[in-house]
Design a protein around this ligand. Structure first.
Ligand code: NAD
Length: 496
């Protein structure tokens, strides 16, 4: 066996060993005999170093004209296009999702990079009349400082890009902490920024665990902004940690997304949507459709077709182009899914498809679970309420639109929802009534595009949005500027 590749942190424009001298293994979830590499098991000292250089680099980066910052991002976008195929292949090896999806993940990073590069020539403010004569008023966006970016494993390059690109174009500097299951794809993104000419200290990456790297990074006194995507449980910790020093925090967290199938729906289309939403990325998307609420009038037909299609899905190593669903990310996630299957059975839901870990042959070397469907679910069952983050879909019967909306909104999360109907009145009612940050009509719960805001309500988010112009609002602060050219004291609200 050749010696495994050993990766480094990127701090101040150089690839450096962690101060701890320690490393952790990253293995292929479809074949855990395959070691992807050894990655820095960093600690507080590495975080201190990265934040210190990011703070220093901020002094000059904030003064680089935004269109020039955009030129670096444009070059990064072009390099990502050139390396798309190899980055997708590496991502399938470290994360498990199928090649089509990892290509989509890299494409999302490309889209975000080009979009934010363009924002270098926009970042529009406002000019507005003053209430006083010979006085001008305008607003400009100002950068904020050092940003800590803490990311999950399910979109290993796309999610880091959602945070890095808007932060940089606004003139901030960043320290990225990727999930321990997927450090390679985030390192690839930083390599691209390095090759595109990002100045030393502006973009840094420190790999390691949440407690050893994430905690010092989010509590550091010189960090002004924390952007976190991950579980609601950890997000709450991040929120509390940021409150002490009033750091800006953007939290994107869990989901329990719903597809509502009305009696007039195109059922084949709805089945396509439920299959893609429920089992795409093995159900490990924050926007996964883990609940399908179906009008009783079409329940039987829908379920028959859905179950037949789920049973026919080919599960295996995502590098094989014929495979439709890959493994789960790690053993712990597989155990969680197994536990929820048991919970579903105990709660009295009807197991219609799957329900167990896959075994035999290549399955014994990976974390594979069958696509699983529970029918006749009550909306208040735990499998209908809690985020499972695996290939498990709960099908819930309902009586018409009003009931579907009530069930759909009856969870603590609010990320994404979808309605399948041919009736424009039902579609617009759902668009208004769903308490989710994203609503789809006649499309599944997944499929966000980078030029629209992304995020959720209730326990999914804290009111901010990623992507689009909304991301600029998080990574910059408005400055209001008044220029009085009257040559005399003019008092607002008084000298009218
Ligand atoms: P996680 O919360 O376990 O970890 C997310 C990141 O936080 C990782 O980098 C982790 O190392 C770090 N972390 C863990 N503990 C920490 C601590 N105490 N202090 C600081 N950092 C810490 O989540 P995960 O398992 O990586 O991802 C799955 C979750 O992410 C799901 O709940 C999913 O819904 C959510 N998610 C949400 C979105 C969204 O946009 N809403 C997108 C993708 C994933």
């Amino acid at each position: 066996m050749p010696a495994p590749k050993v990766f480094k942190n990127f701090i101040n424009g150089k690839w450096v060993e962690p101060a701890t001298g320690e490393h952790f293994e990253n293995r292929n979830p479809a074949n855990h005999k395959e070691l992807i590499g050894l990655f820095p098991k960093s600690g507080r000292e590495d975080v201190e170093n990265a934040v210190a250089v990011a703070k220093e680099a901020y002094k000059s980066w904030r003064l680089v004209p935004a269109p020039k910052r955009g030129e670096i991002l444009f070059r990064a976008g072009q390099l990502l296009v050139e390396r798309k195929e190899s980055f997708a292949a590496d991502m399938t090896r470290e994360m498990g999702k199928i090649l089509d999806e990892t290509r989509g993940d890299v494409q999302e990073a490309i889209d975000m990079t080009f979009y934010m590069a363009g924002e270098g020539r926009r970042q529009f403010g406002q000019t507005t009349p003053s209430e006083l004569p010979n006085k001008a008023c305008m607003t400009v966006r100002s950068p904020i400082g050092v940003c800590s970016l803490i990311t999950p494993w399910n979109f290993p390059m796309a999610i880091p890009s959602w945070k890095v690109m808007p932060a940089l174009i606004c003139g901030n500097t960043v320290v990225i902490k990727p999930a321990t299951d997927t450090p390679l794809s985030a390192i690839h993104l930083v390599e691209i920024l390095e090759q595109a000419g990002i100045p030393a200290g502006v973009a840094n990456i420190v790999t390691g665990t949440g407690s050893a790297v994430g905690t010092p990074l989010m509590t550091h006194q010189d960090v002004r902004v924390v952007s976190f995507t991950g579980s609601t449980e950890v997000g709450r910790t991040v929120s509390k940690a940021c409150a002490d020093t009033f750091k800006h925090s953007c939290l994107e967290m869990g989901g329990k997304n719903v597809i509502m199938v009305m009696s007039d729906a195109n059922l084949d289309l709805a089945v396509d949507g439920a299959l893609w939403g429920g089992f795409g990325t093995s159900g490990q998307r924050c926007t996964a459709a883990s609940r399908v609420v179906v009008d009783k009038k079409v329940y039987k037909t829908f379920v028959e077709r859905f179950v037949a299609r789920a049973r026919a899905l080919k599960v295996g190593n995502g590098a094989d182009p014929s495979v439709q669903m890959g493994p789960l990310i790690n053993e712990s996630q597989l155990r969680t899914v197994e536990q929820y299957v048991e919970i579903g059975k105990q709660e009295g839901a009807t197991l219609l498809a799957g329900g167990s870990r896959l075994r035999g042959g290549e399955y014994d070397c990976g974390w594979f679970h069958s696509p699983t469907i529970f029918g006749d679910c009550h909306p208040k069952m735990r499998i209908g309420q809690e985020e499972i983050f695996g290939p498990v879909v709960s099908v819930i019967p309902c009586d018409g639109l009003e009931d579907a909306i009530e069930i759909g909104n009856g969870v603590v999360y609010g990320l994404s929802s979808a309605i399948y109907t041919q009736d424009v009145n039902k579609a617009f009612t759902a668009m208004r009534e769903m308490e989710t940050g994203i609503v789809y009509v006649n499309a599944s719960t997944i499929g966000a595009e980078t030029h629209l805001p992304f995020g959720g309500t209730k326990l999914t988010g804290n009111g901010h949005r990623e992507a689009a112009v909304a991301a600029l609002d998080f990574y910059s602060e408005w400055k209001s500027i008044y220029v009085d050219y009257s040559g005399k004291l003019q008092r607002a609200q008084m000298d009218t």
